[in-house]
Write a protein that binds this ligand. Structure first.
Ligand code: DOR
Ligand code: ZN
Length: 349
């Protein structure tokens, strides 16, 4: 196969930042995807519907003219989020869910939830009213090995959330382990997962290939080959509750190439192309469209996009860097070839 036309895909997990950074990155996503769930870990975090509406307007203003990209907003859950915020979020029509960051788990997560119990009143209201909970599934305890944090979060916290709130729709974001895949598979229709391109394409050796590789560092961190294979197998099987979420997370080059480099892989400039590569390697290109364009919308109970994009089997080289505000940023696979190229800029959604 040398051309692949897909219904226009969506990105169910994306970081766009704000200000000059937002203006530098948003066009990459808008050229490929019809919609994206926009993560709320700004400073200050997007904790209210009013803040989300303002942020959505800033994203709209940063889009290239004539572009039909729809940002789906999510609110940052804190210890003190009132249940009434769920009602406001729903009534706005612009907010699709709440993001649960365990406090301290990742970039700008210090206002996150410190004890699961504190979130119960909001989770109850979400369950009643049908908003989606998006979970960063890692514990923060210093005595838990960084490679075990997802597995321990599932055992200690996620299993409690899903058994206490059986009708709450939950997305375990950016799954990285075989245990996470098995957990999600074992649940009913209310529990799903997003999968990033880097976790499909790389294992943790890529962090140390010939030296430390800061542009491969994200959270949850890359895992073993055994785990990567579980992700590849589940998406290649066409499982309906595993769908596309890039977790593209831009940080300036100097913040990555540093003695204490930030977590985040910036995949937006080649996102759908990288998934095509991963699905082709797995012999499952025929499953790409459902993963990228159907299953997420179905889980979120939103209409599938109209319009399409076309990928061509024609190698191209990802730029070594891209402008990012005043500085620059190094995208995932910088300076290397990607097997599939985006042919036509995205059509009308
Ligand atoms: O690698 C990551 N980067 N993981 C996250 O959870 C947050 C993200 C970011 O915002 O940079
Ligand atoms: Zn993220």
């Amino acid at each position: 196969m040398t051309r692949l036309t897909l219904a226009r895909p969506d990105d169910w997990h994306l970081h766009l930042r704000d200000g000059a950074a937002l203006r530098s990155v948003v066009a990459f996503t808008a050229a490929r995807f019809g919609r994206a769930v926009i993560m709320p870990n700004l400073r200050p975090p997007v904790t209210t519907t009013a803040m989300a509406l303002e942020y959505k307007a800033r994203i709209g203003a940063a889009l290239p003219a004539g572009c039909s990209f729809d940002p789906l907003m999510t609110l940052y859950l804190t210890d003190s989020t009132p249940p009434e915020e769920v009602d406001r979020a729903l009534e706005s029509g612009a907010v699709c869910g709440f993001k649960y960051y365990p406090a301290g788990a990742t970039t700008h997560s210090d206002s996150g939830v410190t004890r699961l119990e504190r979130a119960f009143p909001v989770l109850e209201r979400m369950e009643e009213r049908g908003l989606v909970l998006q979970v960063h599934g890692e514990v923060t305890d210093g005595d838990v090995d960084v490679f075990d944090r997802e597995r321990v979060f599932i055992d200690r916290h996620l299993s409690r959330i899903v058994s206490r709130h059986p009708r709450l729709r939950v997305v375990l974001e950016h799954v990285t382990t075989r245990e996470a895949v098995e957990f999600v598979r074992a649940q009913g229709d209310c529990v799903a997962a997003t999968v990033t391109p880097q976790h499909l394409l790389l294992n943790r050796n890529a962090l140390f290939a010939g030296g430390i590789r800061p542009h491969h560092f994200c959270l949850p961190v890359l895992k073993r080959e055994h785990d990567r294979m579980a992700l590849v197998e589940v998406v290649a099987s066409g499982h309906p509750r595993f769908f596309l979420g890039t977790d593209s997370a831009p940080h300036a080059r100097h913040d990555k190439e540093s003695a204490c480099g930030c977590a985040g892989v910036f995949s937006a400039p080649a996102a759908i192309e990288l998934y095509a590569e991963a699905f082709e390697q797995a012999g499952a290109l025929g499953r790409l469209e459902a993963f990228a364009s159907h299953l997420g919308a179905d889980f979120y109970r939103l209409p599938r996009n109209r319009g399409s994009i076309t990928l061509v089997k024609e190698p191209w080289t990802v730029p070594a860097s891209c402008p990012f505000g005043e500085g620059d940023i190094v995208p995932f696979r910088a300076g290397t070839e990607v097997a599939w190229r985006l042919d036509v800029p995205a059509g009308v959604a």
